[in-house]
Design a protein around this ligand. Structure first.
Ligand SMILES: C[S@@+](CC[C@H](N)C(=O)[O-])C[C@H]1O[C@@H](n2cnc3c(N)ncnc32)[C@H](O)[C@@H]1O
Length: 281
């Protein structure tokens, strides 16, 4: 005799609501769906059914971890990005919806046939894989300093069948990459200041990789290193960077110091600057 889905969900939702960081009660459906291998709609449509004791215990264990602040994406191992489900674990930043603006900006570029795109700091590979799928015929070089991140990215590259068009390479930013063949650069580098760490939720600071989040005392160290490393790009090559919402003009200035021309800044739906587009002069 197992436990009824509705009873399990009701208890879990109440506990999630009462937690200090109040995760949305809907996360109970996602966690039980993960344990049962069911989509959320099936959970809701069949909540009068019973599940086995082992599955109920596995669900309760996940709820406990969630109550300790572990992000739901790490518990289910999945996060949706640009309409596709990417594998994630604690070795990579959880893809954020705001990064979809970077994808849209890249898709708006005019590129030569079979263009080469460079994705610097690929993490889960969400940008590299999405661009390879959305921009037919393009090839992507995706770099990261973290071997763990590259392992997750490789999993996603294989999952989406783009291993013939996405090359993963472990480098410090892009050393060793032949940047003269690159037609477009995209980057979502770490950009949070150490001082802002205290203002972030423990769900982020206690669980996501710090090398994916923080970038020196002013949050701009990674952009400085990035623009220095991009010195040998061909003239006219666009570089699209995600930025923190107060950083757009500082990033454009840093690019200018390295011989790039500011082309435009793109806002997110809330009106915050989100993507800076510069062109190699
Ligand atoms: C903000 S995360 C972005 C991950 C992914 N591109 C995304 O948008 O979800 C930044 C990534 O840069 C990588 N990184 C940090 N320092 C690096 C360096 N010196 N060289 C290459 N990659 C670096 C981190 O490991 C992390 O995966």
């Amino acid at each position: 005799m197992g436990e009824r889905i509705l009873d399990l969900l009701t208890a879990a939702r109440a506990r999630l609501r009462a937690a200090p960081h109040t995760p949305p009660a809907r996360e109970a459906n996602l966690l039980l769906g993960h344990v049962l291998g069911w989509p959320e709609a099936r959970i809701l449509a069949h909540d009068d059914e019973a599940v086995g004791a082992e599955q109920a215990a596995a669900f309760t264990a996940l709820v406990e971890r969630r109550l300790q602040g572990e992000p739901v994406a790490y518990l289910t191992g999945e996060r949706e990005f640009f309409g596709r489900s990417f594998a994630v674990d604690s070795r990579v930043l959880i893809p954020r919806p705001e990064t979809e603006h970077l994808i849209e900006a890249a898709m708006a570029q005019t590129l030569p046939p079979r263009a080469w795109i460079l994705d610097v700091g690929t993490g889960s590979g969400c940008i590299a894989v999405t661009l390879a799928l959305e921009l037919t015929g393009t090839r992507v070089v995706a770099t990261d300093a973290s071997l763990g991140a590259l392992a997750v990215a490789w999993h996603n590259v294989r999952r989406f069948g783009v291993d013939d068009r996405v090359l993963l390479t472990r480098t410090d930013w892009l050393s060793g990459t032949r940047t003269r063949s690159i037609d477009l650069v995209v980057a979502n580098p770490p950009y949070i200041t150490q001082a802002d760490a205290a203002t972030l939720s423990p769900e982020i600071t206690d669980f996501e990789p710090h090398e994916a989040l923080f970038s020196g005392t002013d949050g701009l160290t990674s952009y400085r290193q990035l623009f220095a490393a991009l010195a040998s790009l061909r003239s006219g090559t666009p570089v699209l960077c995600e930025v923190g919402h107060t950083q757009a003009s500082a990033v454009a200035d840093l690019a200018h110091e390295r011989g790039f021309v500011h082309h435009r800044t793109i806002d997110d739906y809330a009106g915050f600057s989100r993507v800076v587009v510069v062109i190699r002069g």
